[in-house]
Ligand binder design. Sequence first.
Ligand code: BEZ
Length: 324
Amino acid sequence: MDLKQLNAFITIATLQSFSAAASSTGLSQPSLSRLLKQLELELGVTLIDRYHRPLRLTDAGQFFYDKVRTLLTELETVTSMTQRLVAPRSALNIGFVPSVLYGLLPDIIATMKRHDPTIAVNLKDISSYQQIEALKRGDIDVGFSRFSHCDGWIQQILLRHERYMVALPKAHALAQTPDQRLLDLVNNRLILYHQTHLPAHIIHDSGSSITDKKANVTDIETEPLLNLFAQHGVTPLMTTKVSDLQVALGLIAAGEGITLVPASLQTVRTEQISYQNLVNDNVTSPIYLHTLKDVVHPRVPDLLAATYKVYEQRGMTYQRQRFV
Ligand code: BEZ
């Protein structure tokens, strides 16, 4: 069994057609058919039902396809990481989710550059899950996001927990009320803006309200803001999902609802939006730094040092962590 046969099988199975696989790989249809036949003979298993149009995987073929695809993706990651080990390192490519840009990221980069003006940095706005794939591909060297990831290739450092605040339209009855409770907000339309949902392993036990049918149960478990309300035993009566944080703040400015945002957002659109503290415990959003385990850009420790320096200058609470 060799890589040529495996790649031929994966392409034929993905495109469900010999002719499409031939155009995609540049191999002739008879060559692809021969590679597939050799693989099936070696395995002693029929992988693809050739009598079905479009082509269909057999049950054994589906199992083999899922496993081999994962292995080939891993092989690509290993290949690209091995090449990066000897490639000269230039600019530090930083991926970030938009909410951290409103906070300390500009200050952290300025601090790092003050320490060493020769450091070149590229910034890429990229969602939390996409950061993990981008790290493996080598598109970014480090990612800042608000979600924990469990992946054998990735190491993560929890930088700190940032408090959520409630964002309300300036004309809202609660707009001037400091120290609010989640319970007081449930009759408002809650604007949901997270693109990334919580993975199953960090879902908290939220007690009886999880079975409340006012919102979709899966959403309550995995949507970050709904999960936060559920942890405090309450469920918002109405929700609206939007594509990102900027749209959410636009809707709030237009008086269409309320939301919770990390405290660093409280300087945005202040003519139209009022930001108030929440008194509930643990209403926070974590900030993580992610990087590969085995190939760390030499400037990443400088970036972490600059982050801690900014925290110290601002008297912020955090727990220093190290790379493995
Ligand atoms: C922070 O707000 O703690 C932060 C933001 C961006 C990068 C690192 C940390």
